[in-house]
Design a protein around this ligand. Structure first.
Ligand code: CO8
Length: 258
C-alpha cells in the first residue's frame, strides 16, 4: 500500500517503517498518524512480518505533534474529537514487537511515540524532550506517564516543567533507551536486533511482550502470577519441545510458531 507520509519496507521478516515528512522534521499530523496506525495494523496481520522497526530521518525521529495543524483547534475539537487518542490506542494494541530507532529530535509527541514502542535504540545524536510546556500545553500521549516510569519522577518533572532536552548518553543512563549506537549505524543495528527477535518463536515473543507490559498495569503479585501462568502455558507449545531439544542436542532450534 502506498502512503504519503511514511515509507514501509519489508525484508527478512522485519517491517521497517520510516516517518517521512522531512519538510516538518517528521511532525506528527493527522495523515501521518492515520497512516502509521494503518501500517502497523497491517504489519501485525502480515504473516511475513515478525518484528517492526520504526524510525525517522537522521535529523529527526519526530519533532512532535504538528503545531501548524493543532494551533487553531478548540477544546471541543480536541476533547470532542479525542485528539490523537484512537491512533495511539491502535499503536499500543500491536502484538508484534516494535523497536523505535531514534536519531535526532524525539520531542513532544515524537518522544511519546518512541516510548509507546517496546524499546528504544538511540543514535548518539538523539535528543529527547517534552517541550509542550513552551507551547502553553502539556504532554498528551504518555510524556507525563510513560516517561515517569522510565526515568523516575525527578527527571520526568524536570523535562516536563522546563522543556529541556535529554541527550542519548543521559537517556541511556536514565533507562529511557536500551542502547546507544553510532548515528550512521542506527538503522542497521535496529534491524539486526529485529532479526534476532524474528528468529525466536513468535508465541514466546508475544507472551514475553505481553508479560513485560503487564508489569505497568498491575500489582507485583498479580504481574508475577500473570507471568507464571504465561510461562506454564508455553509447555503446551511444540516450540518449547523444539527449543529445549535443540539445546540438549547442541543444535539451532527451528521454531514453527506452534
Ligand atoms: N510541528 C510543525 N512543524 C514543525 C515542528 C512541529 N512540531 N517542528 C519543526 N517543524 C517545522 C518548522 O516549522 C520548520 O518548517 P518551516 O521551514 O516551514 O518553517 C521545519 O520543521 C524545520 O524546523 P526548524 O527550522 O525549527 O529547525 P531547527 O533545526 O532550527 O529546530 C527544533 C529544530 C528544535 C526541533 C524545532 O523545530 C522545534 O523546536 N520544533 C518544535 C518542537 C516541539 O515543540 N514539539 C512539541 C510539539 S507539541 C506536541 O508534540 C504535543 C504532544 C501531544 C500528543 C501528540 C500525539 C502525536
Amino acid at each position: 500500500m502506498a502512503y504519503e507520509t511514511i515509507i514501509v519496507e519489508i525484508e527478512d521478516e522485519v517491517a521497517l517503517i520510516r516517518l517521512n515528512r522531512p519538510e516538518a522534521l517528521n511532525a506528527l499530523n493527522a495523515t501521518l498518524l492515520d497512516e502509521l496506525s494503518a501500517a502497523l495494523t497491517e504489519a501485525d496481520r502480515n504473516d511475513k512480518v515478525r518484528c517492526i522497526v520504526l524510525t525517522g530521518s537522521e535529523k529527526a525521529f519526530a519533532a512532535g505533534a504538528d503545531i501548524k495543524e493543532m494551533a487553531q483547534k478548540s477544546f471541543v475539537d480536541a476533547y470532542g474529537g479525542d485528539l490523537f487518542g484512537p491512533q495511539i490506542d491502535t499503536i499500543s494494541r500491536i502484538r508484534k514487537p516494535i523497536i523505535a530507532a531514534v536519531s535526532g529530535y524525539a520531542l513532544g509527541g515524537g518522544c511519546e511515540l518512541a516510548m509507546a514502542c517496546d524499546f528504544i535504540i538511540a543514535a548518539e545524536n538523539a535528543k529527547f524532550g517534552q517541550p509542550e510546556i513552551n507551547l502553553g500545553v502539556i504532554a498528551g500521549i504518555g510524556g507525563t506517564q510513560r516517561l515517569t516510569r522510565f526515568v523516575g519522577k525527578s527527571k520526568a518533572m524536570d523535562m516536563n516543567l522546563t522543556g529541556r532536552f535529554m541527550d542519548a548518553a543521559e537517556a541511556e543512563r536514565s533507562g529511557l533507551v536500551s542502547r546507544v549506537v553510532p548515528t550512521p549505524k542506527l538503522v542497521s543495528e535496529a534491524l539486526s536486533a529485529a532479526r534476532k527477535i524474528a528468529e525466536k518463536s513468535q508465541i514466546s515473543v508475544m507472551a514475553a511482550k505481553e508479560s513485560v507490559n503487564r508489569s505497568y498495569e498491575t500489582t507485583l503479585r498479580e504481574g508475577l502470577l500473570f507471568e507464571r501462568r504465561a510461562f506454564q502455558s508455553m509447555f503446551a507449545t511444540e516450540d518449547q519441545k523444539e527449543g529445549m531439544a535443540a539445546f540438549l542436542e547442541k543444535r539451532e532450534a527451528q521454531f514453527r510458531d506452534r
